[in-house]
Design a protein around this ligand. Structure first.
Ligand code: NAP
Length: 226
């Protein structure tokens, strides 16, 4: 892929495919139940990647750090698509533990962009309404030397990245719980597929135990290639 980074989607999910305990809950509650070996896998993956991206709503709910803490290594560039640039100014991703790039759209006011830049983070504008993800991928690749990007959700961002054919691999950490709830966020949101030909096809690449957690890895197969 010469114009954009290689993209890995990584997520912990329950046996019923959910990402959190219930709608509006932080994923940190479920993450407490990951095996220590799996936490290491997550942090090692962060250390191996140039950048990590999560949606603005995850930042608002989880107040994630997105840094490497459990293994030695450099924290990746933290990338947050946030059209209005309205994540709280006290968010952990705006602290100087690692570099951060906030991707806003034309909906962000100049004042808001200035406030974010005052926090020492990079701000790039792409897109009129939502952030233009394909353009953001190109900018990350060409201007920030991001060759490998991991995304850690949430479901809305996961859906848009898949819909825009920007995901190459998926790695799932399976948590042996069922949480239920028809409105509990699952791996991919926003999807209302009408026809079977619209399904996004995956090829199982490998599966293994990491501590007590099953991990599965898939290649994403887009019709006609990426
Ligand atoms: N288990 C896990 O691995 C895991 C990981 C991450 C999150 N989660 C959970 O997922 C939940 C949050 O997920 P979510 O689906 O509500 O939100 P999300 O995917 O984290 O964030 C979506 C938001 O990103 C912004 N955005 C800007 N441009 C976008 C674009 N082109 N495409 C998509 N999003 C764009 C939009 O808000 P703006 O108005 O700011 O533009 C959008 O509403 C939380 O409960 C969190 O705990 C779980």
């Amino acid at each position: 892929m010469s114009w954009r980074p290689h993209v890995l989607m990584m997520s912990e999910i329950t046996a019923d495919g959910k990402l959190t305990l219930r709608r509006g809950a932080s994923s940190k509650i479920l993450m407490k139940y990951m095996a220590p070996e799996t936490e290491i896998l997550l942090h090692q993956t962060r250390a191996d990647y140039d950048a990590i991206m999560v949606g603005s709503h995850t930042i608002k709910i989880d107040n994630s750090f997105l840094t490497v803490r459990k293994v030695p290594g450099k924290s990746p560039l933290r990338v947050i698509p946030n059209s209005r640039g309205d994540i709280p100014l006290e968010s952990n991703v705006l602290k100087p533990d690692a570099p951060t790039l906030i991707a806003v759209s034309e909906r962000a006011t100049a004042d808001r962009v200035a406030l974010l830049r005052d926090r020492g983070v990079e701000v790039v504008t792409t897109g009129k309404e939502d952030v233009d993800l394909p353009l953001l991928m190109r900018i990350l690749h060409d201007s920030y030397a991001v060759k490998k990007l991991m995304i850690e959700g949430g479901p809305t961002l996961n859906w848009h990245m898949l819909r825009d054919r920007l995901v190459d691999q998926i790695r799932l950490i399976h948590l042996p719980f069922i949480v239920g709830g028809s409105d509990t966020p699952s791996l991919v949101g926003g999807m209302h597929i009408e026809h079977e030909e619209d399904m996004i096809r995956l090829r199982l690449d490998r599966f293994y135990l990491c501590g007590t957690n099953l991990v599965t890895e898939y290649d994403v197969l887009y019709q006609g290639g990426t």
